[in-house]
Ligand binder design. Structure first.
Ligand SMILES: N[C@@H](CCC(=O)N[C@@H](CS)C(=O)NCC(=O)O)C(=O)O
Length: 236
């Protein structure tokens, strides 16, 4: 099979687009990177690529795929690897269902609380919203990380995997941002967040391994992310 021709339409500051970067890097796929300026209206040619005007979009041998989770899963399906087992065995299908539920739990229970602390009117409100965010992580997603690990699977990633999985491809960019934006110097989350999350040993281990993974952190520019978020959510 000849190597596919891949173009990624992206902007490196976008956590959704970062998912595609992580998947492509982990799969060792060559691609052309086209940066889309998100500060100006999308040009007509890009609206033909993605009528929603969002990044990321992927061109794969000329076929366009949009929406970051779909792009990531497509890449993992098209290039079988440690990221995601094939669906044609019951065990593989089950593991895929576990990862899908983990992602769904983040999206439906945690993501809606992510920006609330940034918009807080007072430090007290910020702290209350930060505690609600940490509580959701600990209740909804932390218990899932190693819940169904096979005996002997003691790796740090989802399900006890020694290697990165699609779960970290999907959540890694947010794990990085959560860590950055709770730092004292940025404090868009109340800085108590780090200690609150570290109370859950499984989450702490998984999040650290995720943040330190080469593919997850490859394009991450912590200072640029923090600077942009502080501009977007000026402290009141
Ligand atoms: N649900 C989309 C969200 C993508 C998204 O919101 N991208 C932002 C940048 S982080 C964007 O392209 N914004 C452009 C705009 O809203 O004009 C996905 O997962 O791909």
């Amino acid at each position: 099979m000849s190597a596919p021709k891949i173009i990624l339409y992206t902007n490196r500051r976008c956590p959704y687009a970062q998912r595609a970067h992580v998947a492509l890097q982990e799969l060792g796929l060559d691609f052309e990177e086209v940066t889309i300026d998100l500060d100006t209206p999308r040009e007509p040619w890009y609206l033909e690529v993605n009528p929603r005007g969002l990044v990321p979009s992927l061109s794969y041998n000329g076929a366009i795929i949009t929406e970051s989770a779909i792009v990531s899963q497509f890449l993992a399906d098209a290039h079988p690897s440690h990221l995601l087992p094939a669906s044609n065995t019951p065990a593989g299908a089950l593991q895929r269902a576990r990862i899908s539920f983990f992602y769904e739990a983040y999206n439906s229970k945690v993501a809606p609380l992510y920006f609330v602390p940034f918009r807080a009117a007072t430090p007290e409100d910020r702290k209350t919203a930060t505690i609600a965010f940490a509580t959701a992580i600990k209740k909804e997603i932390a218990p899932l990380i190693y819940a169904h690990a096979e005996p002997g699977a003691t790796g740090p990633f989802f399900g006890g995997s020694e290697k990165l999985t699609l779960a970290e491809v999907l959540l890694g960019s947010f794990v990085l941002r959560i860590h950055t934006l709770a730092k004292e110097e940025y404090a868009l989350f109340d800085p108590s967040l780090t200690a609150l999350l570290d109370e859950d040993k499984n989450f702490a281990r998984w999040a650290k391994a995720t943040r330190e993974n080469e593919s997850v952190k490859a394009i991450y520019d912590e200072e640029a992310v923090a600077e942009r978020q502080l501009k977007k959510f000026p402290k009141k």
